[in-house]
Every structure is written in structure tokens, then in C-alpha cells.
Design a protein around this ligand. Structure first.
Ligand code: SF4
Length: 172
């Protein structure tokens, strides 16, 4: 592997860029993702940056069940992302449709539209659980780079279980 590719791989692991897409969520999951980006949780200290454009993002975070209207948009956004790309499905809705499961206007979980790499449990998941999911995603990136791509694993998503005890309050 050449020096330039090693540099790209290093940057990919050290500074993943994420983009958020609401595919029909109640907004609570989105608020938690935004909270993870605020100075209180400060994900930027890990190099995690929010990106407006999917064309520049490494990780797509999808909130909510996928409505029939949003399904083609979600697919298009995913297709616009450069490889290697990763998907995190947020909460009960992202996994299975949650409280909206089976309704006339949804196709239920995100995996019915695009492949998912990491599921985050909760309704909604807390910011620390979202950070945990991004870290799990980085673990997958490292493994994939070591294996020369994503093909070695059969799209088996990682499930992040709920953390029962909330972390201690951070005092300034
Ligand atoms: S998982 Fe819960 S908080 Fe998240 S979109 Fe669904 S209902 Fe809302």
C-alpha cells in the first residue's frame, strides 16, 4: 500500500465525517444526534465532524422508520456517498419501524432500503450511545481496511445494546 493510501486510511479513521438524514422520525432521535455534536458531548474532540453533503460523508446516520415517501430519497443519498460508506440506524424506529411498524405509510426499518452497519438501541438513544455507535463504526472501518474492503464480511450489522447506567455527570 502506497504512502498516499496509508494517509487516506489514517485520516478516515481519525476523522470520520457524518451526515444525518431524517427518514420519518419524530425528531427526538435527531435532537439527540445534534446534542452529541454540541460542546457538552463535543464529538469533535474525536475528529468526528458533521457534514451537510452526503458526497463528503463517511457515515450516514438515519433516524426514524422509513416512510414510503422518504425511501427513494434515502436510497439516493446513500448512493451519493463515496465508498467505503457506513450506515448507522438510530433507535427502535431505525431497526424495525418502532411504534410506527406496520403502518400504511412506512416500509419499517432502514435495512429495508439500504444496508445497515450499526444499530443503536433506544427510543431515543442518548448522545453517549450515539458516540459509542460511531466508535463501533470506526472499528468496522479498521477491520475493513485490514481486509482490503467490506466484502470479507457479510453485511452483518453490529448491534449496540442500551447502556443501563447513564454515565456520571461531567463537571467543568
Ligand atoms: S426511535 Fe423513538 S425517538 Fe427515535 S424516531 Fe422512533 S419514536 Fe422517535
Amino acid at each position: 500500500m502506497g504512502l498516499s493510501q496509508r494517509l487516506v486510511n489514517w485520516a478516515r479513521i481519525k476523522s470520520p465525517w457524518i451526515t444525518l438524514f431524517n427518514s420519518g422520525a419524530c425528531n427526538a432521535c435527531d435532537i439527540e444526534v445534534i446534542a452529541a455534536l454540541t460542546p457538552r458531548f463535543d464529538v469533535e474532540r474525536f475528529g468526528i465532524l458533521a457534514q451537510g453533503s452526503p458526497r463528503h460523508a463517511d457515515i450516514l446516520i438515519v433516524t426514524g422508520p422509513v416512510t414510503k415517501k422518504q425511501a427513494p430519497r434515502l436510497r439516493r443519498i446513500w448512493e451519493q456517498m463515496p465508498e467505503p460508506k457506513y450506515v448507522i440506524a438510530m433507535g427502535a424506529c431505525g431497526a424495525s419501524g418502532g411504534v410506527f411498524r406496520g403502518l400504511y405509510h412506512v416500509v419499517d426499518g432502514v435495512e429495508n432500503v439500504i444496508p445497515v452497519d450499526v444499530f443503536v438501541a433506544g427510543c431515543p438513544p442518548r448522545p453517549d450511545e450515539i458516540i459509542n455507535a460511531v466508535v463501533a463504526c470506526l472499528g468496522l472501518v479498521k477491520e475493513d481496511l485490514a481486509h482490503g474492503g467490506k466484502e470479507w464480511r457479510q453485511k452483518k450489522p453490529t448491534v449496540i445494546p442500551r447502556v443501563e447506567t447513564p454515565p456520571k455527570e461531567v463537571t467543568a
